[in-house]
Design a protein around this ligand. Structure first.
Ligand code: AMP
Ligand code: GLY
Length: 426
């Protein structure tokens, strides 16, 4: 079977590698692709927002399955469109993708189904939002309603920062069509990502991971798309998983069914483990990036088989097994990210890093320049390593990371620090 994979990040590199391993998979095409993914897939330039262009390509290349990595094509309804032409799509339909695409939509579901989350209010008027802020205590969280690549959330420590965040949002910084913002309670606790996969009939728990969203050491500085992750996250105990499934996942899936649009694909709950138990921070309707780069290396069951069972609503046939070891990934970024940064620097050492034992290198913001691989984005590479402890995995990933060099590289050397502190205290 021929596949079209949409996306060009480390996540799609991990997905392409996993799909390629199944002999039933024929040609894999990827748009927009990157040099790492090109080992498994043929690059093709397509505009994933142009649904007819995607359909025509699928027809021409005899593509029967489209795997969508990032959120934008899902929120834009690519799955709905291709489904009408009997092309299988791994990923939710447009309405179900609103769980990520509209924070207000998700918050309203939480309210209706009593799903634990931060108390919130939504605003479509800047002055009303500012008046509201004046009555609140800080810190408080100001969020763009729509998609913002993980950068639309500002934790305001005081009124001045709060007003700044509101003004930034209403200045069109995040291009939200609904021109809406959310102001919500600041939750205290440890964050964890919890993944499930769903078809129209059932869902299966996948695993947990912990992302590191802030740019700086010990989780300081502005939010990014994610600077590193590890999986599984020991903080997600069996008891917490059960509570999350009962109080958060099941009511959400029920809500989507009741809305006439069952959720299908990967649903990932960003959770805050608070004193009162797990609370939903946000949903994502796809694999996380960089979480995927620690989840798929641990997946022992074939990804293509799981995806096909999911697309055919036979997910309950898949028995999903995991490598018990920890996988940890370090995101190597361009210095300056998530703000402005320079690109185009030649990268050295990828081959040496890949030769390290129990280590994988995924490419994200890279491109070819003659014989060289050069930087082309904010998050450039993900260096994943296995370990029997989070600390082992961190040390192994760090040693491979140290072999890779370019002019303005930046990475956090403390990925997994909370888990490592707990391991050290055991
Ligand atoms: P989101 O895009 O909604 O996941 O938010 C990005 C990040 O902002 C989260 O991973 C948290 O670190 C932080 N955040 C978002 N909402 C809250 C909240 N209500 N309380 C504390 N931190 C939050
Ligand atoms: N790592 C966060 C995300 O993929 O949204």
């Amino acid at each position: 079977m021929n596949i079209l994979l949409i996306g060009s990040g480390g996540r799609e590199h991990a997905i392409a590698k996993a799909l390629y391993e199944n002999p039933k998979v024929g040609k894999i095409y990827c748009t927009p692709c990157n040099p790492g993914i090109e080992r498994y897939a043929r690059p093709i330039e397509l505009n994933s927002s142009n649904h007819t262009e995607i359909l025509n390509f699928c027809n021409k290349q005899n593509i029967e399955l489209v795997v969508i990595g990032p959120e934008i094509p899902l929120v834009e309804g690519l799955a709905d469109f291709l489904d009408k032409f009997n092309i299988l799509v791994f990923g939710p339909k447009m309405l179900a993708a609103k769980l990520e695409g509209s924070k207000k939509f998700t918050k309203e579901i939480c309210e209706k189904y009593n799903i634990p989350t931060a108390a919130f209010k939504s605003f479509s008027d800047k002055d009303v939002a500012i008046d509201y802020l004046k009555e609140q205590s800080f810190p408080i969280v100001v969020k763009a309603n729509g998609l913002a690549a993980g950068k639309g959330v500002i934790i305001a420590e005081n009124l001045e920062e709060g007003i700044g965040a509101v003004e930034k949002n209403f200045s069109g910084a995040f291009n939200d069509a609904e021109n809406e913002i959310i102001i919500e309670e600041f939750m205290i606790g440890e964050e964890v990502s919890f993944f499930i996969i769903a078809d129209q009939n059932s869902f299966t728990e996948l695993t947990s991971a912990q992302d590191h969203k802030r740019i700086g050491l010990k989780d300081t500085g502005p939010n990014t798309g994610g600077m590193g992750a590890y999986s599984p996250a020991p903080i997600m105990t069996d008891e917490l998983k059960k509570e999350t499934i009962e109080r958060i996942i099941k009511p959400t899936l029920k809500a989507m069914k009741e809305l006439g649009c069952p959720f299908t694909g990967i649903l990932y709950a960003g959770l805050m483990i608070t004193e009162d138990g797990p609370k939903l921070i946000e949903y994502n309707v796809r694999f996380g990036d960089p979480e995927c780069q620690v989840i798929l290396p641990r997946l022992k069951t074939d990804l293509f088989d799981i995806i096909m069972n999911c697309c055919k609503n036979k997910l309950s046939d898949s028995v999903i097994e995991w490598d018990e070891r920890y996988a940890l990934t370090i995101v190597m970024a361009s210095f300056g990210y998530p703000e402005s940064y320079k690109i185009g620097y030649p990268i050295e050492g990828i081959n040496q890093a890949e030769k390290q034992p129990h280590t994988l290198v995924y490419q994200a913001g890279t491109k070819k320049d003659g014989n060289l691989i050069v930087t082309s984005g904010g998050r450039v590479l993900n260096i994943t390593a296995f370990g029997d402890t989070v600390k082992d995995a961190n040390l192994r990933a760090l040693s491979a990371t140290g072999l890779i060099k370019w002019n303005n590289s930046y990475y956090r050397n403390d990925i997994g620090w909370k888990a490592i502190e707990r391991e050290d205290n055991e």
